[in-house]
Structures are given as C-alpha cells and as structure tokens.
Ligand binder design. Structure first.
Ligand SMILES: *Cc1c(COP(=O)(O)O)cnc(C)c1O
Length: 386
C-alpha cells in the first residue's frame, strides 16, 4: 500500500465520526454489551471485540493498522513506551533455562532487563559484537531461543547483517527481535528481511514532537496475539487513547520530517567533519563509516543521530562545549523537533573518565527540524570557546 494512503486513510472510518478529518479520542475504559453470548465471546478472545481498554481501543486500533502496514507486518501492538514493548516482546518468547544472544550495548533498559531481571528467572544472555554472522553462530548454544538485535545502535551505530542473522535464527528455530528505532520503517524493513518482531520506540520519530511516549511491536498475527494474550494484558502496558491520538497526528508528517532531517543531518555532519577541533564523526550514512556498505544494502537512508569526538581529551572541555551551546539543548531522547546533545561522560563519575577510551569522549547529537545553518552557527561558537 502507498505510504501516503497508510498515513492518511488506512484504519480511519470517517463516516462513523461526522466525516471529521482527525479521528476521535475514544477516551473510555470499557465497552457495553447487549447479549451475554457476546460478552462470553469477548472473554474467550479479548482480541475479537472491544471489551476493556487495557486490551483493545478504537483510537489505538487506527494507529495499530497504520504502524503494522508501515512495517509490512500482519499486525502490531502499541505500548505505553518503547521499553515496555521490548520487555513484553522478549518475555512472551522465553522461559526459564533459555539462553539469549544479544548485541553488545543494547538500549539501557534492555541491558537492565538482561542483567538484573532475567537472571532471577534462570535466563542467561551472551553479548556479542553483532557485526558478523560468525559471531552469532559461535555464541549460539543448544538452549539459545532468542536473538536480540539493534541495528543501528543508537550511540556507535554498529549494524548487524540482518538478513543473515534472521536466516540463521530461522534455521535453528530461534525467535528474533530487532530494535529498529533509528531507522523507523521508512528507512529499514526488518520484517521483509526475515526478522520475527520489529520493535521501534514511537516516542522518537513517530511522535516527533517530544510530547508523548509510545512503543511498537510488529509481527505475524500469531506472534502479536501471543504477546497480547499474556504480557500486553497482564502487565497493562498498552498505550492510552490520547497518546495514541498524538502518535496518529505525528505519523501524518513523518515522511516530511524524515526527509528534512536527512538533509539537515548531512549538512551538520559535513560541518563537523571539516572542523579542526573535531577528531572524528560517526554517522552511519557517511562513506567514512566502517559499515557503510552494509548500511547501504539494508537501509534506505540514515538521519538524525550521529556521534562525534572532540580532539581535546579533557572532560572539562567536553563539559564546557556542551554547556556553551545556546540553542541545541542537552537532554536524553531524540526524534523530536528540537536538536539535542548528550555527552557520554554524563553517565560516568568524573574519576572513572578515561580519556584514552574513545567512547568516554563520545558526544551524541540529534539533528531536529531547525535550519541547519542555525545549528551549525551554534556548534561553531561552542567549538570556538573550548
Ligand atoms: C528511546 C529508545 C528506546 C526506548 O523507548 P522509550 O519509548 O523511551 O521507552 C529503545 N531503543 C532505543 C534505541 C531508544 O533510543
């Protein structure tokens, strides 16, 4: 289906709500029944009708249809945030005694799930450099049942050969989940590449305005029902109707925003690359990126996030640079209208900062919707100060 049709029409039933262009927010906790038999059916299969908004809700359903279609998936579920989506997607597919192979340095809260929560249930995790298929092969044990991918990673942008990892998993009956937040389905289609569950945080690009959170899991109808029947309903981490409505609104402009951010990111990256105080720039869409060839094969584009290292190895200079920015704000997250910066050292105690460890010197930037010249001027004056 045409992307414009998905975004503007799919899932909408305007004749049922006064031909309004924007859908109503069905802000209701529950739904009434006239027949006991119908209620019985809803109890038996909560995915078969509207019963209670912890399960299905009509506003959320509009969003589900659009997001599943964008992913090229049969179905999807939308959670209250990305972390909840990942938690449910993993939890629904593992049991005590299982082993997970995961990319090194996955998203913070995934790492926490793997290191703190899953050991309590007898599930073990091996972290690997996921850039080569051999590493996946070598890490796989007899009790491996789950592969966790994040491509690209949101700090160093390491990518995995997705098709090969998916094929290896299929041959061993292993379930795969990929965090596709960096690309969104506009720039990467993991389901088409054989991945079982495509995840993205809707907090970032789908919302696009830094005013709501959301998380998405897409997959087959069978997989999505399995997650719905247990983790989704049990943990109660589904998105609320108003937040779903904000995400539908965000979706309307997603392609336009991604197009603009792609252009602006290229301009900002080019400026940083030539600046004498910048040691290196990591941008997955740049020919200098170590996995550029693979990125070109499996991604339609790259934008927004990139990381750079300043020539100075002083933590105080990194801090001064970040604090000298006048317009680019310092904050976690990304994908909104506003450009952001975050230094890796913000997560380190000062005495643990090791200048010889390049990662400690990482500064990640997200390019938002401002004029690129405005951002470049801000970066330039902050670079002048250090
Ligand atoms: C933000 C983020 C998440 C988590 O999403 P939330 O909506 O914040 O819970 C997961 N993966 C990546 C790569 C992210 O940047």
């Amino acid at each position: 289906m045409d992307i414009s049709q998905i975004i503007n029409e799919l899932g909408e039933d305007r004749e049922n709500y006064f031909n309004a262009v924007a859908p109503p927010i069905m802000q209701t906790s529950n739904f009434t029944f006239k027949k006991v038999a119908d209620l019985y059916k809803a109890f038996e299969d909560e995915m078969s009708s509207y019963l209670y908004s912890r399960g299905l809700n009509p506003t959320v359903d509009i969003l589900r249809k659009k997001l599943a279609a964008l992913d090229g998936a049969e179905d999807c579920l939308v959670f209250n945030n990305g972390a909840a989506a990942i938690f449910a997607g993993i939890f629904a597919n593992i049991k005590s005694g299982d082993h997970i192979v995961s990319v090194a340095k996955p998203y913070t809260w995934v790492q926490k799930m793997f290191d703190v929560i899953l050991p309590r249930f007898g599930v073990t995790v091996t972290y690997i450099d996921g850039t080569t298929i051999a590493n996946w092969q070598n890490a796989t044990k007899d009790n491996s049942t789950f592969y966790y991918l994040e491509s690209p990673n949101s700090w160093d942008f390491a990518i995995q050969p997705i098709k090969e990892v998916a094929a290896l998993a299929r041959s061993k009956n292993i379930t795969t989940l990929i965090d596709n937040s960096y690309c969104t389905p506009l720039y990467q289609k993991p389901i088409e590449m054989g991945i079982d569950i495509a995840m993205q945080t809707a907090t970032k690009y789908i919302g696009g305005h830094s005013d709501t959170l959301g998380g998405v899991l897409s997959g087959t109808k069978t997989m999505i029902k399995k997650i719905f029947d247990s983790e989704y309903l049990n943990i109660g981490s589904g998105i609320q109707p108003f937040n779903a409505w904000l995400l539908i609104r965000g979706l309307r402009t997603l392609p336009a925003r991604i197009e603009r951010i792609t252009k602006s990111t290229a301009a900002v990256v080019a400026f940083m690359q030539q600046h004498p105080k910048v040691k290196c720039v990591l941008f997955v869409g740049d020919p200098s990126f170590s996995q550029y060839e693979l990125a070109k094969q499996q991604m339609k584009g790259a934008c927004g996030l990139f990381t750079f290292v300043l020539k100075t190895s002083e933590m105080s200079s990194i801090v001064r640079f970040c604090e000298s920015l006048q317009h680019i704000m310092m904050a976690v997250s990304w994908g909104g209208h506003e450009s952001l910066i975050i230094p890796k050292c913000a997560g380190l105690k000062e005495e643990d900062f090791d200048p010889s460890n390049k990662e400690h010197r990482y500064i990640r930037m997200y390019v938002g919707l401002e004029e690129p010249e405005y951002l470049i001027k801000d970066l330039e004056q902050a670079l002048d100060i250090i």
